[in-house]
Ligand binder design. Structure first.
Ligand SMILES: Cc1cc2nc3c(=O)[nH]c(=O)nc-3n(C[C@H](O)[C@H](O)[C@H](O)COP(=O)(O)OP(=O)(O)OC[C@H]3O[C@@H](n4cnc5c(N)ncnc54)[C@H](O)[C@@H]3O)c2cc1C
Length: 717
């Protein structure tokens, strides 16, 4: 602490001296011009002394992050000439920058990383991954001011020596351009001189330098990454785009490419439509519908019916699920996409160079497709944890569960996420005795605790044993009986079962089709590493959907697909950063859980000044009429404003009701606007208006209303 105070005192002393000696006067162009003759005379009289003083002042300005380093650089060129000026400025700016860097690190790093770690994440990641090159790029392309880079870098993990030399090297070209401009400035003694070609040339160079530097950087990066492949680059390409995988991401990518008249080939090795159509959203929602109908029938009395009985066979239910898939299939079919102008190939794809994809058809025949760009949309598959003994039982996953035709009597569902919870409830409603096993303290861990609690209670009412805090350790088969052994609070819990469904997450498909050979890196969570434009390390190879993350939803896959397609086809003119500011999602349990933006827990964790407004759906006319008076709308707003930061809805049709908040957040509409919108009566959507009403009541203009009350009293006489 003492040393921190001492350092602050030194900085304060330098700042004080700066003002005391009115050094600021030298840090404007006019100030310098008026003293130019005197300064040049001082340099002529004693060049070494002048150089040392200039060096010291420059270091002090840079170290204390005073604005003015750019002017000092021009001054350096003006009074010392190009080479001496460059030498002095190059070393002084690097030494000063390093001192600023060290001060920031010493004084602030722990505090800032603790408080803003999240927001510094992109910089930290850039530094961890490619520290020196990242800093070099920041230095070469002056996107951030000199002093900001010094201070920010001090807060990261980069070491001091690389910071020093990379800074000096990275700034050299820019310094030269500025010092050169300074030498021209020295010759400027009348306004007419400003139009001289040399001066104009110097300043044009200043302006276009960042663009040139960016180009050089891109070229350098490109050369590095394509170096081993350049000899395989064809002179011309058969296609503009090859898309690998015909799930939501791949379908939308190729749809957009065909719509803008690109030549695009879509390769799918399994079924058009990918997971969502065949084993994900569509079958799960179809199953949920049948299960819900059954649950409503069991509640017949609540609705004034004496009794409602259902005769059913699980095989028929699963058959209906398949019928639904078949009905939706034409939307994603080869016929439809061929008509749209997409060449659809059935077989597997392997990337063999940055511009070539090897296609293998079912009959083993192969062809190599050359292409200007590639979009990887290979999706994800169920993650199966390495639990001893699991392989010895015929476990189910979300890929295989749809083949069941007989309802398991005792089912264990491993996983308390959205997929696990939706399927748990379905099977329980059909009459299976379901145990849901979750390692964490609650299910639906991404949502607020009370959301998890409501869904847990609902599952329990359906007869599910919700076992949180249970870690699956082993699967045993004893005398033909299958048993899952869990650890719970230090004790062993044994769960006998007939079938076990593994739903503990999904892992991206990143192996076996060329990524390893090309050296395309994957993140820690095994999704493909991309930049904000969805480019992999090869700027012409993109990834989107589940394989790229960070979300694993159909709507985010198709959202990303737009960016992948447009950036691939038109990126040389304009690239777009994938925008994740407003991402909604839903869990289709009963009650449904829907969310967009921040939850209350996240707002707290991120220290965001916020307010929470809750409206209970038990009060809503339509919910009461429908016999579903439960759940809530919770809105997170910025403190003191009606700006919506997030919304969570739990209840009947929550996923549909949420859309109003999604639109509001996307277009910057606040709760006042929602309150001022007519909502049809009686609908579940009115819950949003009432939530806005709660917020409004909490922000009543109390003083004004007191005056209005007095006004009414006065009017009454
Ligand atoms: C049970 C369940 C329920 C779900 N419910 C919802 C929901 O309600 N809402 C929601 O938004 N999301 C839901 N999801 C998630 C959703 O299904 C996925 O996010 C979505 O399918 C991702 O699309 P994708 O195109 O990235 O990948 P996928 O749909 O997985 O498509 C990838 C395709 O690439 C193909 N492929 C892979 N490698 C190759 C290769 N080398 N050559 C050729 N082809 C290849 C695969 O065969 C696959 O067809 C659910 C998922 C599951 C499992």
């Amino acid at each position: 602490m003492k040393s921190k105070i001492a350092l602050l005192a030194i900085i304060a002393a330098v700042v004080g001296a700066f003002f005391y000696f009115d050094l600021g006067a030298y840090l404007t162009l006019e100030g310098f011009k008026s003293r130019q003759a005197a300064l040049s005379a001082a340099v002529d009289a004693n060049p070494l002394r002048a150089a040392l003083i200039f060096f010291a002042v420059y270091v002090a300005v840079a170290a204390t992050s005073f604005p003015g380093a750019a002017i000092l650089t021009l001054v350096g060129g003006a009074i010392f000439g190009f080479w001496t000026g460059l030498l002095l400025v190059s070393f002084a700016s690097s030494v000063g920058a390093t001192l600023a860097f060290l001060s920031a690190r010493f004084l602030l790093r722990d505090f800032v990383q603790g408080k803003f770690g999240d927001r510094l994440k992109p910089i930290n990641e850039g530094v961890d991954k490619d520290g020196a090159f990242y800093l070099f790029a920041l230095r070469l392309v002056p996107l951030f001011p000199f002093f900001v880079v010094n201070l920010l870098m001090g807060l990261t993990t980069i070491r001091t020596w690389p910071f020093y030399w990379v800074s000096q090297l990275g700034m050299l070209a820019g310094t030269a351009v500025y010092v050169n401009a300074g030498t021209q400035l020295a010759q400027l003694d009348s306004l007419k001189g400003i139009l001289s070609p040399a001066i104009l040339g110097s300043f044009v160079l200043l302006g276009i330098f960042p663009i040139l530097a960016k180009r050089v950087l891109d070229w350098l990066k490109g050369r590095k990454v394509y170096a081993n492949w350049a000899h395989l680059k064809p002179k011309s390409f058969d296609r503009n785009l090859v898309v690998i995988g015909a799930g939501s991401a791949g379908l939308v990518t190729s749809y957009i490419a065909a719509a803008v008249k690109a030549k695009v080939t879509l390769i799918e090795k399994h079924k058009m439509g990918g997971d969502c159509l065949n084993t994900g959203c569509v079958p799960s929602k179809a199953l949920i519908k049948s299960a819900k109908l059954l649950s409503h029938m069991q509640r017949a009395e609540e609705f004034g019916l004496k009794r409602a009985t259902a005769e059913w066979d699980f095989a028929d239910v699963m058959q209906r699920v398949q019928r639904v898939v078949t009905e939706v299939e034409p939307h994603d079919s080869i016929e439809r996409y061929t008509q749209l102008g997409v060449e659809c190939l059935t077989g597997s794809a392997k990337i063999v160079s940055p511009w070539a994809v090897e296609f293998t058809a079912a009959d083993g025949s192969q062809q190599t497709l050359t292409t200007k760009n590639i979009v990887i949309a290979s999706g994800a598959r169920p993650f199966v944890p390495p639990i001893p003994g699991l392989d010895s039982v015929d476990y189910l996953t979300s890929d295989t569960v749809w083949n069941l035709r007989e309802l398991p009597k005792r089912l264990v569902v491993l996983g308390g996420g959205p997929i696990g919870s939706e399927l748990t409830q379905c099977f329980a409603r059909f009459g299976a005795k379901v145990s849901q096993v979750e390692m964490l303290p609650r299910i639906l861990i991404r949502e607020d605790p009370e959301v998890s609690e409501i869904v847990t209670q609902s599952l329990r009412r359906d007869g599910v044993a919700v076992l949180t805090g249970h870690k699956a350790k082993q699967v045993l088969v004893e005398s033909g009986e299958k048993i899952l052994v869990c650890e719970h609070a230090g004790a062993e819990v044994r769960l006998p079962f007939d079938q076990i469904l593994v739903a503990v997450g999904r892992t991206a498909n990143v192996t076996g089709f060329g990524l390893e050979e090309l050296g395309i890196p994957v993140r820690q969570n095994k999704t493909i590493e991309t930049n904000d434009y969805l480019q992999t390390i090869f700027p012409n190879i993109f990834a989107c959907g589940d394989v790229a993350g960070p979300y694993q939803f159909t709507h985010t896959a198709s959202h990303q697909a737009w960016y992948a397609a447009v950036n691939a086809l038109f990126g040389r003119f304009k690239k777009f950063r994938a925008d994740y500011r407003v991402i909604p999602w839903a869990t289709f349990t009963d009650p449904e859980v829907a969310r967009v933006g921040l939850s209350e827990t996240e707002a707290k964790e991120k220290n965001i000044a916020h307010e929470v407004t809750v409206y209970g759906i038990d009060d809503l006319d339509r919910a009461i009429a429908d016999g579903e008076p439960h759940g809530f709308v919770k809105v997170i707003t910025a403190k003191g404003k009606d700006t919506i930061l997030g919304a969570t809805i739990v209840g009947e049709h929550a996923s549909d009701i949420l859309v109003e908040y999604v639109t509001a957040m996307k277009y910057g509409l606040g709760l006042n606007k929602i309150l001022g919108t007519i909502h049809t009566y009686p609908t579940m959507g009115e819950a949003n208006k009432y939530a806005a009403g709660v917020w409004k009541r909490n922000h009543q203009p109390v003083r004004l209303l007191e005056w209005v009350r007095k006004f009414h009293a006065w009017e009454r006489g």
